[in-house]
Design a protein around this ligand. Structure first.
Ligand SMILES: Nc1ncnc2c1ncn2[C@@H]1O[C@H](COP(=O)(O)OP(=O)(O)O)[C@@H](O)[C@H]1O
Ligand SMILES: [Mg+2]
Length: 346
């Protein structure tokens, strides 16, 4: 198949996306697919195939791919020319994981890997995600949402509402990712500064009760009959799983699989599949859970519709531990994309 590999993009996870895309390309080539690389630079401009391939080939230092790319075209001709059998967006965060790229591919009639427009958009929005999870009877940490407008109108009252949740609190921009703009707040006098920081990144903010929990990640794939891989655990190296933990240092540990007993593991998998269904996910997603210490209760944290795909990322590692090696996983995702496209066509 001719597979359009879309990577890079406008979000803070630009470099990670390139590392993921490189690994996906290798897997696609291993399976004898014809890969059409499509790089998007930090401004949102699409590169032609030649420049895109160069970006992928430059291994080593992640930052050397920082744009501007030379020889930029406004939009990859291969995408517009109807030459692709399927597209694989390997883009993390806003303008890629959030339904925007998926919408573009829908308008062009190109089948694509992963969740559709609505599920992608909902999962990028922590407030919308929580509302749908609640409607399905699935627990999340207690939370409230605040708009920048409300905050500016009366920051004192707003801070009071947050305090009502108890401490510690987590204050998060509603529609971002990679922990950017997120603060853990231990005392009431830290609330306003945390809100100000989060509102620098988004007009909508989610404030949650902090839970003392193990962080359990569950990969799920499928359309009508989603199934979960064995869960993994993230053990943060900092006060929480922050940006530095994710991308800058090696302080955090990824446990593949998570050290859970049989019953804890089954509950995680069942909950992950239920969350996946309730959000309308298709293709794939990684469902992140909290396993609360003391109560043994699971809470859903968030759902990532385009999880990391680097060779050391949780999503492929956990599938590998579940008997589906990297290249076979990628192949299965292509099949799911085509299956959905055929069904839609009736
Ligand atoms: N309610 C919470 N209780 C405890 N820790 C939390 C809570 N919310 C977030 N965290 C910590 O912050 C990290 C990032 O939050 P998350 O909601 O996953 O944002 P992102 O979309 O940026 O990954 C989590 O992995 C976890 O370590
Ligand atoms: Mg997260």
């Amino acid at each position: 198949m001719r597979v359009g590999l879309i990577f890079g993009g406008r979000s803070g996870e630009h470099e990670v996306s390139i590392v993921s895309a490189r690994a996906v390309r290798n897997a696609l080539e291993e399976r004898s697919h014809d890969v059409v690389p499509m790089a998007i630079d930090r401004r949102g401009l699409w590169a032609g195939a030649e420049v895109s391939a160069e970006v992928l080939d430059r291994s080593g230092d992640r930052t050397d791919s920082v744009v501007p790319f030379e020889g930029m075209d406004r939009l990859a001709p291969s995408l517009l020319g109807g030459q692709l059998d399927v597209a694989f967006p390997v883009l993390h965060g806003p303008y890629g994981e959030d339904g925007t790229i998926q919408g573009l591919l829908e308008t062009l009639g190109v089948p694509y890997v992963g969740c559709g427009v609505a599920a992608s958009a909902v999962c990028m929005d922590k407030a919308l995600t929580k509302r749908l999870l609640a409607a399905a009877g699935l627990d999340t940490p207690d939370w409230i949402e605040l708009s920048r407008h409300e905050f500016r109108a009366g920051s004192g009252t707003v801070a009071g509402a947050c305090t009502g949740l108890g401490f510690p609190l987590f204050v998060k921009p509603a529609r971002l990712g990679s922990s950017v703009g997120i603060s853990k707040v231990e005392t009431p006098d830290g609330v306003v500064a945390a809100l100000e920081e989060a509102f620098r990144h988004d007009t909508l903010v989610v404030v949650e009760r902090g839970v003392d929990a193990q962080e359990i990640e569950v990969p799920v794939i499928g359309n009508h009959e989603p199934r979960a891989a064995v869960p993994g655990e993230v053990v943060p190296g900092h006060a929480f799983y922050d940006y530095a933990d994710k991308y800058l240092d090696d302080a955090c540990r990824l446990l593949v699989p998570a050290p859970l007993d049989h019953e804890e593991r089954e509950r995680a998998e069942t909950l992950a599949v239920a969350a996946y269904r309730s959000l309308g996910c298709e293709g794939m997603a990684r469902v992140d859970l909290f396993l609360e210490r003391g109560t043994g209760r699971y809470l859903v944290n968030e759902v990532n519709t385009i999880p990391g795909f680097t060779p050391i990322s949780m999503f492929p590692k956990l599938w590998e531990a579940s008997g589906l090696p990297y290249a076979a996983l990628v192949e299965r995702l292509l099949e799911l994309a085509l299956e959905r496209h055929r069904e839609r066509a009736g």
